[in-house]
Design a binder for this molecule. Structure first.
Ligand SMILES: Nc1ncnc2c1ncn2[C@@H]1O[C@H](COP(=O)(O)OP(=O)(O)OP(=O)(O)O)[C@@H](O)[C@H]1O
Length: 591
């Protein structure tokens, strides 16, 4: 029936209001789609059940089988669909099992057969609770809503025309890729950081803008930090590698991602002012390296072994005086040459570390002191820096300021493949450590504001991102060294034989009294050294005496000391207390 005439006013309002109401509800439903997802899913399952029951009731076994496969796949491979935590995979598997079982029963009995509707309703509510509470989901929704307002934000901060291309939410906040407007540069985005912080409602310093890794000029990565992973010290989680072929894990970037650094056949520099956390960084590195059974560690610590002594049980050779440092580096060059010859003979290009053929890594704490106190040692270090990569003889140097003076020959600095720059006093120190022009390019280590924070420059890390090393306290160092000391490798045959040959050509320190013949001088010196060795072992404290101390006591080289200890050990006259520390058994005799 068609109606004519004037319609009541209320009816006109209702009719005009209806589309608005529907649009409003649709907008709200869209806005809260994440919160409403459990109900959307429940309705879809109900519809699915109705369709199955009506048209395909005989499909129930298929539904059951698909459900079982899906549950298994989610439980095992869930991390590939962004379910990183076991509890998330468990939730997804359980929900799938619930939905699949319900659908199977609905196909078989009918979706409205009691108690199926009630089970679906109650199940939906119960399973919705963890969904609503899930922190990462809530964060994602919050970020989506913030970024939906990007056009307004962009206009307010002076980046009109820029677009958000993708966003990722993580434990500490979120980051998004920004496609810049026509003619805008990454520097424009950097300059608008304070305005961005205000517009996004973060704390001051809570937004960082970086160029993208692919170096496209019209893109920038924006990182918003809601919880600062660097606010407190980050406890060392334990060693992350078992071989030098894997990248060491030194700490966390601001986005919570680990700082992974491949060190195989690379030299590294740890630099920064006093108290900036270099030694802390070296400790974390040693925590990883001592867990590798394909690395021999040597170390130079001219602060009387203060920094590296706690690791002595894992360090094969520790030099604490300029003379020892010089001898150590000279021997490292001997090894380097022998390995290079061995590679040539085998027709190989590089030394592939294994427990039988370990890499040799030499840690030098406070390199500047080495340069000033043992200039000849620096020549050897220079040689290792230039030629040590292929034969896997590598340097890791820590220093306060790697100026030309402090680093001796400048080749060392330029040969450092991995540079960790902790806090420095002035911007120009940043350039000294990282390379000329780096401060201008955004690497600003003088702005780092807490010990342990650093910037890393290496082939994998070519944009300035703040990181913080893990913190390994003294007790942690002691326990780790003790644990790792039991499984250290020994020097490979090629290197050990080269050292022996070198030791044979340079006679042991003679201590002649009367003018003896050269042969007697040598025999006497050996006898004296053996006496000194026995005495030192007898007087060793309960936890033994280190090989370094025995070398000092006897004036002999490491291989000699090591050989004698092996002989005495076989004769049950000495025992190894922990790795690298020995003491006499009660029945030791004078030789
Ligand atoms: N990652 C870290 N997190 C928290 N605190 C740290 C961290 N690294 C170092 N620290 C603190 O900073 C102090 C100084 O660190 P560290 O001794 O490593 O500095 P350094 O650069 O080696 O100084 P120096 O050159 O004087 O030896 C340490 O006592 C430690 O408490």
């Amino acid at each position: 029936m068609r109606r004519y005439g004037v319609q009541p006013v209320g009816m006109i309002d209702d009719l005009e209001f209806a589309p608005l109401l529907i649009a409003g509800i649709a907008r709200l439903a869209w806005r809260y789609r994440s919160e409403l997802a459990p109900f959307t899913l429940a309705i879809s399952i109900l519809l699915g059940g109705m369709i199955l029951r009506h048209w395909f009731p005989e499909w129930w076994p298929t539904v059951l089988i698909i459900m079982i496969i899906l549950v298994g796949a989610l439980a095992v491979w869930g991390r590939w669909v962004n379910l990183p935590r076991p509890i998330e995979r468990g939730y997804a598997s359980f929900t799938t099992a619930f939905a699949g079982t319900w659908l199977t029963l609905a196909a078989y009995h009918g979706p409205f057969t009691a108690p199926l509707p009630a089970v679906l309703g109650i199940g939906t509510f119960l399973l919705a609770v963890p969904w609503w509470a899930h922190r990462r989901r809530r964060a994602r929704v919050r970020v989506e809503r913030t970024l939906a307002a990007w056009p307004d934000i962009a206009q307010a901060v002076g980046l009109t025309g820029s677009r958000v291309q993708s966003a990722i939410v993580d434990l500490w906040g979120y980051r998004f890729r920004l496609g810049l407007g026509l003619g805008q540069t990454v520097e424009d985005a950097v300059n608008s950081v304070p305005r961005l912080e205000s517009a996004l409602g973060t704390a001051r310093g809570g937004v960082r803008v970086q160029p993208v890794a692919s170096k496209q000029a019209n893109r920038a990565d924006v990182r918003v930090i809601e919880t600062d992973p660097h606010a407190d010290a980050i406890a060392w989680p334990g060693p992350s590698i078992t071989s030098i072929t894997q990248p060491a894990k030194l700490g966390l970037f601001e986005d919570g991602n680990p700082v992974r650094v491949p060190l195989l056949r690379r030299h590294a520099l740890f630099a920064g002012m006093s108290g900036a956390g270099k030694s802390g960084g070296v400790n974390v590195l040693l925590g990883d390296l001592t867990a590798c059974q394909d690395v021999i560690l040597w170390a130079i610590d001219l602060k009387r072994g203060m920094e590296l002594q706690p690791w002595a049980s894992c360090i094969d050779r520790l030099a604490t005086t300029p003379q020892e440092a010089e001898a150590l580096l000279a021997d490292a060059v001997v090894i380097l040459d022998a390995r290079a010859d061995d590679l040539t003979m085998r027709g190989e290009r590089v030394w592939e570390p294994s427990p039988e053929r370990p890499a040799l890594i030499i840690i030098v704490d406070e390199y500047a002191e080495l340069a000033s106190e043992a200039p000849r040692a620096v020549d050897y270090a220079d040689s290792i820096a230039r030629r040590g990569r292929a034969p896997a003889v590598n340097l890791i140097a820590a220093t306060q300021r790697p100026s030309k003076d402090a680093m001796g020959k400048s080749a060392i600095r330029s040969q450092m493949d991995v540079r960790l720059c902790f806090r420095v006093r002035e911007p120009r120190d940043g350039d000294l450590i990282l390379g000329q022009g780096m401060v201008k390019a955004g690497w600003q280590p003088h702005k780092l504001d807490a010990p342990g924070k650093f910037l890393i420059s290496s082939p994998e890390h070519d944009i300035p991102r703040r990181a913080r090393t893990y913190l390994l306290d003294d007790e942690g160092v002691r326990a780790t060294a003790e644990r790792h000391a039991t499984a250290r490798p020994v020097l490979d045959e090629v290197s050990a034989q080269a050292l022996e040959r070198a030791a044979d050509t340079s006679a042991p320190l003679p201590r002649p009294t009367v003018k003896p013949s050269p042969r007697h001088a040598r025999d006497n010196a050996v006898r004296e050294a053996e006496e000194a060795l026995a005495a030192a072992l007898r007087q060793a404290p309960g936890d033994g005496i280190s090989i370094g101390d025995l070398m000092r006591a006897t004036g002999m080289r490491r291989t000699w000391v090591y050989q004698r200890l092996q002989d005495l050990g076989r004769a049950r006259q000495v025992e190894q207390v922990t790795r690298g520390r020995w003491r006499a058994l009660p029945e030791i005799h004078d030789p």
